[in-house]
Each structure stands twice: as C-alpha cells, then as structure tokens.
Design a protein around this ligand. Sequence first.
Ligand code: ZN
Length: 282
Amino acid sequence: MRLVTYALDGHTYAGALLDETVVDLSDAGDVLRILSDPTARDRANSLFQVRTRVLPLRNVRLLAPIQPRAIIGIGLNYRDHVRETGATVPSAPIVFAKFPNAIAGPGETITWRAEVARQVDYEAELGVVIGKPCRNVHPEHALEYVGGYTCVNDLSARDLQFADGGKQWVLGKTLDGFCPVGPAITTTDEIPDPQGLDIRCLLNGEVVQCSNTREMIFDVRTLIAHLSRYMTLMPGDLIATGTPAGVGMGRVPPRWLQDGDLCTVQIERIGALTNIMRVEHP
Ligand code: ZN
C-alpha cells in the first residue's frame, strides 16, 4: 500500500492511494498506527481490499503522511555528491538532525525570509520510516524494522549550514518547512529491497538530480544498524538517507532556489513530492 494522510472538511484521515483515488483506511487508525501495529495493518489491508469509501484524489488534500518524533539526516551518502561538494568519502555515516517544525506536506508552499537565508538548496532523498522499536540491531535484520519508504526533500540553507567554516549544519537544515515529505509511505511488501530505486529531482520540470538508491555509500540496512547502536529508533522516526549529485551548490555558478520555483522529488514506487518555494522580502 501507498499510505497517505489526507484532509477533508477539517478532519484528517489515513488512506491508501489507488490510481487517482484515495481508499479510506481511517477505521484502522492513523498512518503511524498502521505502520507500527500488526493488527491495525491487517485491518488496513482488508479495508483496502473492500474499498468501502473511495474518494477522488482531487477532492482531498494530502498532508505529510506522518509527523515524525525524530528526523535523522545522513550527509554525503552518494559518491558523486561527495565529489561535487569537494568533500572526502566518509568512513562512517554523517549524522545530523532536522526537527518536527521542518515537516511539510506535498503541495505545500515552503516560505523563508530572504534576510534569514539566501542560498537555499534542494536535496532529493529516500526517506525510511521506522515501523517498530529498534535498538542495536544487526544489519542483516535491520530492514525488518522498516515500516515503509517515502520521498524527502532535505531543503538546506547553505549560507547557514556552512557558516563558521561548516560547523552549523543543523540550523541550515531545519528552518520551518525545510523537510517536505510524501506524498505517500510505500509499505515494505511493495519495496522489499530499497537499494534499486530510481530517484530524481526536478526543478520547474527540468531534471537536476537523477540517480538510483543503489549508489548509496552506506545502504539502508547499514544506516539503521549504525544509528541503532547509539539510539533507540522508534516507530515513525524518519531517516533521510542522503542525496545524489546535482544539487544547486555543486553547480557553476551555484543555483539557489528562487521565489516561485517548483521543486519535485520523484522516487520509483513511491511517487512525486512537489512543493512551491516562496521567498519573503522585508
Ligand atoms: Zn541531505
């Protein structure tokens, strides 16, 4: 299933995408519940088969499929991206944080003030949503703890991220709305192996990033095992697994997001996450 959270008449519901419709799954609980509770998952599966309540996609508004407790970013996880940034290939995953204020839904307008950030960049990434508590797990078993996969745009204000000689990653990563996520979370039965997915970023329709998740330096199972050595991962936690080459900062001259830009992250078997960029001038 491709799980979504949708809004209708001031309420939010869980659903699953089916062509141009949403099958309502709200009797099974919210998306977090469906991902983390096997009984709720079974209920959702049967609701999806029965299709009692089916709504045209155009009649609802999709929201971020989940509101994560923790958003864990991984830096420099594709070789070609490491090259374009002039960095060296890391010996262990580079871990940083984004906070829940950064979560935004599909179609949402992302607004920042020009006086705060002028060098805002896109980063298409595979998002891993944890499905059950996970602590000190072996890589071989790590994928058993995944609830599903989604698209993430790890928006990054480079002028903040690299202030003071590169010591400011977090501030540049977690402005309000700087973590668009969605449109859906595809469950693991539909993506048994997360390392063969085509991933692209389109800026106003032009392809600016084009890669495949098999190009990751540290694959999803290694990332989960690594993180779970140090912290207990909880259901709904989101891991943004790093971006391939083609970001604005790697271009000559650099290409920063502009007011009115339409930015889309597209991943095979998940869907397309599009957001509009808005720069406020005082
Ligand atoms: Zn990133």
